[in-house]
Write a protein that binds this ligand. Sequence first.
Ligand SMILES: Nc1ncnc2c1ncn2[C@@H]1O[C@H](COP(=O)(O)OP(=O)(O)OP(=O)(O)O)[C@@H](O)[C@H]1O
Length: 249
Amino acid sequence: MDKQTIIQVSSISKYYGANKAIDQVSFQVKEGEIFGIIGTNAAGKTTLLEMLMGLRMPDIGNIKVLGHDTLLETDSLKEDIGIHLQSTSLIDKMNVREAMELFQAFYKRKSDLECIIDQFGLAPYANKVVKRLSGGWRQRTALAIALVNDPKIIILDEPTTGLDPQAKKDYWALLRQLKQQGKTIVIASHDMEEVQRNCDRIGVLRKGELVICGKPLTLISELPGGGMTMEAVYMQYAMDVKGVLAYRD
Ligand SMILES: Nc1ncnc2c1ncn2[C@@H]1O[C@H](COP(=O)(O)OP(=O)(O)OP(=O)(O)O)[C@@H](O)[C@H]1O
């Protein structure tokens, strides 16, 4: 594992009974990258992210996050990772500041909550009940909660699904700011345009296999038969057609 590698995934597989949800996946994420994961429904994105977070364990293979083996060192892993809840129902009845304080209580390392509230433009909403906020502000609150332990890595599972175009743009602007502050971000998304524009590298999952991985423009320019967009990359590799097994670093 070289110095820049912050996440090292080595030949992991995960079964749910007889269903192989993740099939011998290997890749690395470098410090400060935004790494995107795309794939159809049921391709295994959530399962993979949950394993990166230490919430599920691979049946085969191993994952190292900041040098810690997720199987053996779950506690130190939790301190370094910011988790974005897919549903905010747990915090719906609290106000924004209360929800941030509640989650912060679980961690040893603590961020300055007022700084996050300021950076995220949440000040006017800090005393409002999360349930009453628009979808965009609820997702912003979920992202703010992911930062309460000043994590090095933030793992996000389709956070912009269902947001309107402006809210999506604003959300990605925040992610770019976090990248500039040195955070590493791993994000699953169904929006090809946003991953093409914002991710440093992208991995494509198909039926649990990592079919290809590389920089968006490299993946596009190396498409067999040509293509101009991430959409075409998705059609080539994520769909259930015969693809090419390849890894572009
Ligand atoms: N807790 C679980 N128990 C049993 N099977 C599961 C469980 N979670 C996921 N699966 C199965 O594992 C496979 C991968 O699911 P997963 O949710 O990881 O995919 P996904 O790419 O995140 O899908 P989506 O885009 O719909 O969220 C699917 O076949 C799914 O039915």
